[in-house]
Design a protein around this ligand. Structure first.
Ligand code: IPM
Ligand code: MG
Length: 369
């Protein structure tokens, strides 16, 4: 039986609460006996800063590099508003993405039928929604240099961030998008701002070439990122796979997430390139943040994080049957009307984080008996 090392990085805010429920799902999968996942837990984000003055320790990055996969909760919170910029909680997450070279971020926005009414959009617009956002994750303005604030000496300062992309970075993320589209609806939208940005001009050019040379059978549509934001709320079901850069992907994926009823529902996978053995480095995390306003109350929705583990089962461990089971258990619980506060809607009765975890485990038992 295969045995895998999973590094758990619960992080801050609601991170530890939702990750505790994932650990129970992992134990459930272990008991099935198709694979064993060894879980080790470490610090990232504000909690790492509190422990050793930086958002992630070198030893933790080493562990992440060696692990078969990493599961992360969330980082950040107002408590760390005043820590030095280099040590802010988000820096831990960004370092992991960069050091593990996780350039491909997959953010599926799926509207569970039971939640169509919880969306802020009209039900018929989102019912059956299934969009895959493919966000470039290790380049662009997040990492481009120079990135600095200069004191101009006359009471003025100048801040610079640099949006930079090279051909290979656009090629590899476009390939991921086209590959995914072939297994889905065969349509890719590529979003950039070629009308204002040179990086958008190059993005458009490279996407067009990769498409023509390698994926002519997939349909490619170019779309300006601002129009894309508008189309996502006007008619989201026109999209299948949406590929875009790091910053636009950050924004558009929050927007797409909300279509599904709640940010608390959305998982994500961050993947590196395939090595010689066909293996990719990977990190799985919910799209939502640390939600400091509800942290410690046992009220957070653990579904996005549990669904992130399901993505790990599917994309990293090739355990599609188990991934289906976890996803079906989530859908089953929602069908039964069980809701955490973020998806409960008016007049409903919300359950807590642990109760949602219990319900998903009970559903897994039911599905496997
Ligand atoms: C995300 C988050 C991060 C990002 C933050 C926490 C640095 O918003 O994963 O979408 O901007 O990438
Ligand atoms: Mg974001």
């Amino acid at each position: 039986m295969p045995s895998y090392d999973l590094l758990f990085l619960p992080g801050d805010g609601i991170g530890p609460e939702v990750m505790a429920e994932v650990a129970r799902v992992v134990e459930w999968i272990n008991k099935r006996g198709t694979a064993t996942f060894n879980m080790e837990t470490d610090l990232v984000g504000g909690c790492a800063y509190d422990a050793h003055g930086e958002a992630i320790a070198d030893e933790t990055v080493d562990k992440a590099l060696k692990a078969d996969s990493v599961l992360l909760g969330a980082v950040g919170g107002p408590k760390w508003d005043d820590v030095p910029y280099e040590a802010r909680p988000e820096a831990g997450l960004l370092r992991l993405r960069k050091d593990l070279e996780l350039f491909a971020n997959l953010r599926p926005a799926i509207c569970y039928p039971a939640l169509a009414a919880a969306s802020s959009l009209k039900q018929d617009l989102v019912e059956g929604l299934d969009v895959m956002i493919v966000r470039e994750l290790t380049g662009g303005v997040y990492f481009g240099e120079p990135k600095e604030i200069t004191d101009l000496g006359d009471g003025q300062k100048r801040a610079v961030d640099t949006q930079v992309y090279e051909t290979y970075e656009i090629e590899r993320i476009c390939r991921v998008a086209f590959d995914l589209a072939k297994k889905r609806g065969n349509l890719v939208h590529s979003a950039e701002k070629r009308n204002v940005m040179k990086s958008g001009v190059l993005w458009n050019e490279v996407a067009t070439r990769v498409h023509a040379e390698e994926f002519p059978e997939v349909e490619l549509q170019h779309i300006l990122a601002d129009n894309c934001a508008m189309q996502l709320v006007r008619n989201p079901k026109q999209f299948d796979v949406l590929v875009t850069d790091n910053l636009f992907g950050d924004i558009l994926s929050d927007c797409a997430a909300m279509l599904t009823g709640s940010l608390g529902m959305l998982p994500s996978a961050s993947l590196g390139a395939e090595d010689d053995n066909g293996k990719r480095k990977s990190l799985y995390e919910p799209v939502h943040g640390s939600a400091p306003d509800i942290a410690g109350q046992g009220a957070a929705n653990p579904i996005a994080t549990i669904a992130s583990y399901a993505m790990a089962l599917r994309y990293t461990f090739n355990m599609g049957t188990e991934a289906d089971m976890v996803e079906n258990a989530i859908a089953g619980v929602l069908d039964k009307g069980l809701r955490t506060g973020d998806i409960v809607g008016d007049g409903g009765q919300a359950i807590g984080t642990q109760a949602m975890g219990n319900a998903i485990l009970a559903e897994l038992d039911a599905l496997s008996s």
